[in-house]
Write a protein of this length. Sequence first.
Length: 428
Amino acid sequence: MSDSLFDDASRRLERALKYVSLSEDTKERLKYPKATLIVSIPVRMDDGSLRVFQGYRVRYDDTRGPTKGGIRYHPNVSIDEVKSLAFWMTFKCAVVSLPFGGAKGGITVNPKELSRMELERLSRGYIDAIADFIGPDVDIPAPDMYTNPMIMGWMMDQYSIIRRQLSPAVITGKPVTIGGSLGRSTATAMGAFFGIETIMPKFKYIPQKTTVAVQGFGNVGALLAELLCQAGYKVVAVSDSQGGIYSPHGLDIPSIRQYKESNKGIQAVYCQGTVCNIVEHKVLTNEELLALDVDILIPAALENQITEENVKDIKAKFIFEAANGPTTSAADIVLEERGIHVFPDILINAGGVTVSYFEWVQNRSGLYWTLDEVNQKLKEKMVVETEKIWQISQELSISMRTAAYVHGLNRLGEAINAKGTRAFYAKG
């Protein structure tokens, strides 16, 4: 069995195909990305030396519309990872009924090692290399891991320079001052929160008696932890790449966010001034956080965090995937056998791409919405699609993950059938 991330992701598709009626042609088509681009990006560094970085962009499927997906900067970015993320984006867009296909991009780089000017040169160089591969009606990038509105602004500006016309709709997740949407930076966490709030009452859980652990205290995990805390949930553990902290009595999430931003880490939070006296806590590793006996576990970090090796240690009753691909297909089977409910990434973290769609619509129309309008539209979308997938899972007696893929496959199949067969015949 291959260790490829894409092969593992594809196994979810195989399971869902058993519950849908699609032609063999459609099934075969959905197994492969439509287009893959690998580029080299030469960057002049501040010391005068030249470094060449590897960049990637994958457009997986554009049946439902132009492809959509983020760009991540990370040392471990590879074509396998980008292809897998584009695969998930295809189904994510279909699951929440957006008129998009799926794409993803990335650069193999540790952005923390670059100066601001080096980062800008790298970002503009990436757009120079992929400009013919993207566009407002072709493929619309967005921020992802270690990219942000500032970087998206540089990228949009570079594309506009190349095209010699202002093109705000080519990139989403931009600063609001140059066409970004209100609510985009908080959208993934807000969407996950609406999903949790829709699901938990079905199991008769009330926030005040529900414990939560969040792995990954970045832009998504930190805000989601705070939203849950404000709603009355007891957030007992959080972690970042350096480790985490745990208190069975609950954590002061707003203070942790404040000190994390100031000190770039979580573990020292309770050793800063009078905050030490807020609550007793225990320092723990990311692995220990995953094994905590809590009601809700939220992986909000990287892929492949819950695997065949550690799945036996999972004690949470519910897993809400705020990260992309945090659970392997082998671990999925064990979790299902143990009665642990997993609510999948292609639904739970779809808030980001949903508000990216809103931004794209606003850019193209020239009409911009208030924050309340954006959040209300996001809530409606997340609640409606969560309820539909829940209904599918109950009717077919399948997991929420498989139900989400069934939901997405039905929409993709309808779109493929509507467009008809694109056949190519060899001469002779």
